[in-house]
Write a protein that binds this ligand. Sequence first.
Ligand code: ADP
Length: 400
Amino acid sequence: MAERLERYEEQNIEELTAEKAKLETLVSTIADGAILMDADMQMVLVNPTARRLFGWDAKDLSGASALQQFPDAMRSKLAHPLCMAVSGAAENTEFRVNISEPIPRTLRVLLNTVLDQAKENVKGIAMTVQDITREVALNEAKSHFISNVSHELRTPLFNIKSFIETLHEYGEELSDGERREFLETANHETDRLTRLVNDVLDLSRLESSRRYRFDSVDVSQPIEQTLRTYQLNARDQQITLEHHIEPNLPGLRGNYDLLLQVFGNLVGNALKFTQAEGRVAIRAYRSPLKSSETIGEYIRIEVADTGVGIAHEDQEAIFDRFFRVENRVHTLEGTGLGLSIVKNIIEKHSSQVHLISEVGIGTTFWFDLAVYKPEEAEVADTPATIPAATEALTTVGTES
Ligand code: ADP
């Protein structure tokens, strides 16, 4: 009987140890921070995520008073709910807190009381900490975008409405010339609205997880198509629009329609910001970017102009949605979305767009696109980056 009891006990201990190991593995591998405290608010268990979130990597926390360990912002938010939980006055509590150390983060904290078997006394507190920094930033970006879009839509809508209202109410009193002018303005504002809606739709399509088809593209084709579209426009503005394509370039890995949109946006901008007698050039040649067997070859594409240029302090922001230097500098037409679309498309091609610009001299936008390899997957949806090509910067310049 005694032997059997002993064996039974051994077996029980083994099972309990195995269960404990399983639970410990689970707690140590979950993506959220997990902290267990006893009823005296002393640390019993802290998982690696919690250590990383609060910068406790090498710290010995066993038996430490929990409240003292947290950053100030967290401590002041935690003190009251923790005391309530320990005293049994609250079973589950949740709050949000912004901490600034070890690095700024927004955290969602959940406190749950651990009761004894009779469910009468508090044995400890289980604390879960979720890092919601990215979620909060995305939400803010979304609200910002919606408020920008609404603002941008309201201006042309308001203009259209006021001109049509005037025509409707005072049409008879207006001269033919005035009536034509009002209608032209309303028409012009409708075009602006259409452009804006199309750009917003393009951008949101690009930012969704839609998959695009990538084939071998002969780069001369979208370039020549762009030139055909803009040549007349350039001639009207007395600007020379030219292209230089290195002979026998291999096909690049790309999406034809998206690339056409990139050329259209860049050439459209170049023409818009270049004075009469200026030049706009599209160039394509084998990239000087060092190739390795794993990365392969690249083709460099540049759109260069001899236009107004972009001041250094604006060069990063121009890729942001709705940023337009002319809000401060000039008042040419635009939505402020064209370059965000270009940036997105080039990122979809696993590359980055760069620029070199001097005020009063001109601007060159450039990017490298990989040569097509038939064995590569044909669809892609996640942007990645190729090695920075900055060392090759000196090899490209603005043609003036
Ligand atoms: P927009 O519709 O206003 O042109 P973009 O996103 O295409 O919007 O461009 C953002 C801003 O970047 C422009 O408003 C302009 O101030 C500046 N910009 C873009 N391309 C050029 C260029 N080639 N030369 C000078 N400034 C440019």
